[in-house]
Design a protein around this ligand. Structure first.
Ligand SMILES: [Zn+2]
Ligand SMILES: [Zn+2]
Length: 211
């Protein structure tokens, strides 16, 4: 439980830091944000954050042995396999979310912001929130239970990458090229479409959906 609470604190701290950077480092923004309904965004993000924590806790209590091997040391390749499998699954889930009827009922909430900010990584219809996390948890079950360190690393990386996708920042540091790539690529998704992948651009390249 201590591990999980620490992970929640790290994720919330990262989100708050990114959101603070967005408002303070104005010159590094990719584009003018939509700026409106900030209260709605925080309210929706708090709801989805609560759903995410509850879903993780309930799933761990109910199906813990399928997700976490408390006795095993973390193997280095299993978390990578999980993230790659999730990347493939999420690419197709995201394509499905863009089918007109699903967009009109579910994904439109997330796409209300043409130039998202960090908090918009959680600005979602709850169905999308649950579906995305379910894909991550199913990917773990398919690969096999992870050591607790690897499990938390996957959860943290998944959250941090999602936040980086929405920061709307281009940081002037060479080391930040990964974060800059994710932010620019996903900002283009919100404003022009394409770029459905979340971790790697691989599936967008293969299926010619890069924008
Ligand atoms: Zn989308
Ligand atoms: Zn987005």
């Amino acid at each position: 439980m201590t591990y999980i609470l620490s992970a929640i604190l790290v994720m919330s701290g990262f989100m708050a830091g990114a959101q603070l950077a967005y408002s303070k480092l104005y010159d590094w923004r990719i584009a003018e944000g939509d700026g409106s309904r900030l209260k709605d965004r925080y309210r929706n993000a708090s709801m989805n954050g609560t759903i995410a924590v509850a879903l993780y806790l309930v799933t761990i209590v109910m199906f813990g042995e399928l997700l976490i091997d408390w006795d095993a040391a973390s193997t280095w390749y299993k978390p990578i396999l999980v993230l790659l499998l999730y990347d493939f699954g999420y690419y197709w889930l995201h394509r499905l979310l863009h089918v007109r009827k699903v967009m009109q009922k579910v994904h439109w909430v997330h796409h209300m912001n043409l130039h998202p900010t960090a908090v918009d990584s959680l600005y979602l219809h709850p169905v999308e929130m649950i579906a995305g996390l379910a894909f991550l948890l199913i990917s773990i079950v398919i690969v096999g239970p992870l050591g607790i360190g690897a499990f938390l690393a996957v959860v943290l990386l998944h959250t941090i990458i999602n936040i980086l996708h929405h920061t709307n920042l281009q940081l002037p540091y060479r080391l930040a090229w990964f974060a800059n790539h994710w932010a620019a690529s996903h900002d283009a998704h919100h404003s022009q479409g394409g770029n459905y992948g979340v971790i790697t651009p691989l599936w967008d390249w293969i299926f010619r959906t890069r924008s």
